[in-house]
Design a binder for this molecule. Structure first.
Ligand code: PHE
Length: 515
């Protein structure tokens, strides 16, 4: 191939304009609904201080090392997750890569549905949503108000979020970078405003104490550890191909240790701040987020905001705008993982790759937004869409990220050789990785992840009353709890097998232009 062609293709594949652009994009990916919604509700569910310790351990033992691996896969190969794993660990690696992206696609579907809901609440917050006496925020779709059909409204919001996501991905790194330069600083600004508000409410500090007071009850329960580990992976955007895709647009000489530390600390810093803001509010207004994860953001927090002494509307708008932009920069990265992998593998244009993700993606998102009521007592989540969301989330969120983490460590540790990765990383970093890193990747992380995965799988399969979700009261839909995990496994495994079996069209070589 002529040199100019090579260069055009490389430019087409994309490259970050600056290191700052990359850090903003990667931290924008990491900071999302996970930090604001899932962290607080998981922490509450598992008893505040009991969650905090496993979570803290997870950052150093799992989060940072796996992020170093995922960044290095990208910078060493200049390819997205499946092909990066294929180049370093062979065909099996490629299959693991595609399987992880198939899971990412599934997660993107409901992630965007939740964002559609946040957008609806944002629009509502400008109107009468948070005014005293309005019941709408607390039962938004059970009673569609003012004659607007709930389906049309919710579907419209989901479609809007998909459109924004695709627009931000339209020209790859160029448009992502433009978006994150505005959204990521705004996110911090809004969160700081919320924390100041939370802590200055009388009694707000008690919530913070609850969150941070160590609590050893239940620390022996394997589910808490799995919850904390899955939350750490999800929050840092690991196990779904995202961080490798983003790092593949960096030069080979990027400092992966420094970047991992920076992105992890930015992410977890934001998460603690969000936890403090939310717990302060929950305690002041004696709100109990014990229901599902989603009830926290869409029922409990709005109730808190509606009780603020002043500026109710302003804070309502703030909070949902924060959710939307934080989630959008994460949704973008979830889709980019798959889109960039398709471009690398099939040599197709970005437009086609985006269309390939958009078509099943939007269908899935709409499925999770179906408002048919299937649970007469509204135990579980009441409507079909949210029940599906809860069931898929149980399997995809709690199992796939950790399984990918386990498999990638085994592949890099034993097939490539962890020492090779460490040498490559150490050539370009100030903080050299010690030889102990090899054992973390080869043995320690795999042992921890296998123990947690098998422990909870055993619990899930032998649970009294049947598999997860079978205690919901859903006349006519009793088969869903068993069907969902089976369907998710078949969908992801078949998609992975099909994509892995296609021949690779080598197109864009790795010559990024900027550090
Ligand atoms: N980290 C994001 C969050 O906390 C979610 C995400 C996971 C995004 C994996 C990309 C990949 O919301």
């Amino acid at each position: 191939m002529a040199d100019t062609d090579t260069q055009n293709l490389a430019v087409e594949r994309g490259a970050w304009k600056s290191k700052l652009g990359f850090i903003l994009a990667a931290s924008g990916s990491a900071i999302g609904l996970g930090n604001i919604v899932f962290f607080a509700s998981n922490a509450y569910q598992y008893g505040g201080g009991a969650f905090y310790l496993p979570y803290f351990i997870a950052l150093f033992v799992l989060g940072i090392p796996v992020m170093i691996v995922e960044f290095s896969l990208g910078t060493m190969t200049g390819r997205s997750f499946p092909l990066a794993l294929q180049k370093l660990a062979g065909k099996k690696g490629e299959f693991v890569g595609w399987w992880s992206l198939a899971s990412a696609l599934t997660i993107t579907m409901y992630y965007i549905t939740i964002l559609g809901w946040a957008l609806s609440m944002l629009v509502g917050a400008f109107g009468s949503l948070l005014e005293p006496g309005a019941s709408a925020p607390f039962a938004p779709f059970a009673e569609p108000s003012e004659g607007v059909s709930a389906i049309a409204w919710f579907f419209g919001a989901v479609g809007t979020i998909w459109t924004l996501t695709i627009l931000l991905l339209w020209r790859g790194t160029e448009t992502i970078e433009k978006g994150v330069r505005v959204f990521v600083p705004l996110m911090w600004l809004f969160m700081i405003a919320l924390i100041v508000r939370g802590l200055t409410l009388p009694g707000g500090v008690d919530g913070v104490l609850y969150l941070f007071t160590p609590n050893m009850d239940g620390i022996a329960d394997v589910r808490i550890w799995q919850g904390a580990f899955a939350q750490m992976f999800f929050s840092l955007s690991l196990g779904l191909g995202t961080m490798t895709a983003y790092a593949s647009y960096l030069p080979k000489t990027a400092d992966n240790v420094n970047n991992s530390l920076l992105v992890s600390f930015l992410n977890c810093g934001f998460e603690y701040i969000a936890g403090v803001a939310i717990f302060a509010m929950l305690f002041v207004y004696a709100l109990n987020p014990a229901g599902s994860t989603l009830s926290l953001s869409f029922f409990v927090i709005p109730q808190g905001i509606a009780s603020f002494p002043i500026w109710v509307k302003g804070f309502g708008v703030f909070f949902f705008f924060l959710l939307v932009i934080a989630g959008l920069t994460s949704a973008v990265s979830l889709v980019e993982g798959m889109a960039s992998a398709l471009i690398d593998k099939l040599g197709i244009s970005r437009t086609r790759a985006l269309a390939f993700v958009l078509v099943p993606g939007i269908a899935g998102s709409l499925m999770f937004a179906l408002p048919t009521v299937i649970d007469p007592n509204l135990s579980g989540n009441g409507v079909l869409g949210l029940t599906l969301l809860d069931l898929v989330d149980n399997w995809a969120f709690r199992y796939s990220l950790l399984t990918v983490g386990l498999l990638e460590c085994l592949l890099i540790g034993w097939v490539l050789g962890a020492d090779k990765l460490r040498y490559a990383v150490n050539q370009h970093t100030k903080f050299k990785l010690p030889a102990f890193f090899d054992w973390m990747i080869k043995v320690i992380i795999p042992v921890i992840l296998s123990a947690v995965l098998f422990g909870t799988l055993w619990q899930d399969l032998t649970r009294e009353g049947g598999i997860y979700g079978s205690t919901y009261d859903m006349p006519g839909y009793g088969w869903l709890p068993a069907f969902i995990p089976a369907a998710w496994l078949v969908f992801t495994l078949v998609l992975a097998a099909v994509l892995a079996s296609r021949p690779t069209v080598e197109s864009a070589p790795h010559t990024p232009v900027a550090e």
